[in-house]
Design a protein around this ligand. Sequence first.
Ligand code: PBG
Length: 328
Amino acid sequence: MLHRPRRNRKAAPIRKMVQETHLTVENLIYPLFLTEGENLRVPIRSMPGIVRFSPDEALREIETCLALGLQVFAPFPHIADNLKDKFASESWREDNLYVRAIRLIKERFPEAVLVTDVAMDPYSSDGHDGLVENGEILNDATLEILAKMAIAQAQAGADILGPSDMMDGRVRFIREALDKQGFTSVSIMSYTVKYASAFYGPFRDALDSAPRAGDKKTYQMNPANAREALLEATLDASEGADFLMVKPALAYLDIIRLLKDNFHLPIAAYNVSGEYAMLKAAAANGWINGEQAMYECLLSIRRAGATAILTYFAKEFAQLVNDQQNHS
Ligand code: PBG
């Protein structure tokens, strides 16, 4: 045999030398759920280890993460039912929970980078990402709401806006609204290819944001489609997106690779709540080694081509890396 690939696997230093993909804390974005109140860490049943933070507790959590080298955060608001309405008007109200928390975090930790969520569903009494009229999700009327929300977040100090709703034309609409107000250096991480997925279940528990009627299939993509991902990415890139995101991540590694090979923008991937919950459940049952499975999954998303990974494992991974450094 001339070729024995095992020779390059015979010792740890050699294996490391030929390792093609690396995963570091710098690649990770940590989603944080926010809720009104003080001193609160409310556990989310379907997401072991993940909680809703009151703003003061979010500051504590961010301080801990910064010390671990984790610097990018994606906050999402849990909004009380009595503040939700058809127009999601709470979403652009000055001094709403989200805007206050963004301001608080950026004042206290200017070095923390915030990727904020631009979508109606946390504030919508219909639980949809768009304005609902006679059971239909209106596209262009939703854009106006998204732009108001985007401006409120930019004013509060958001660094990167994440439109997560899949309305047509939103990247351009938001980009123009931002530029008109002078926010030319606020970035857009577009949820470019977002599939109508069963893996968002635990997130909707966390935010209490499930659709009250129907599903999201008229705006989120059919999991069967890959060519359509190229269409969405072409549009977002031409509308001024700074990052292209694929969501979910693990069941869509081929899509991450497709975008990576066809576009020059950095690719982000969202390792979503259901993907997190599955691993946690199997690990809790002793069916898999949780730490190794986490590392393997995150590495696979990097290998597929994602630069940035939104993941509920971010802090756990950062802690693991820090523990290993302290022991060596
Ligand atoms: C909605 C939104 C969703 C997630 C982030 N933003 C869910 C949905 O489309 O219903 C899901 C994230 C996750 O599951 O971790 N704007």
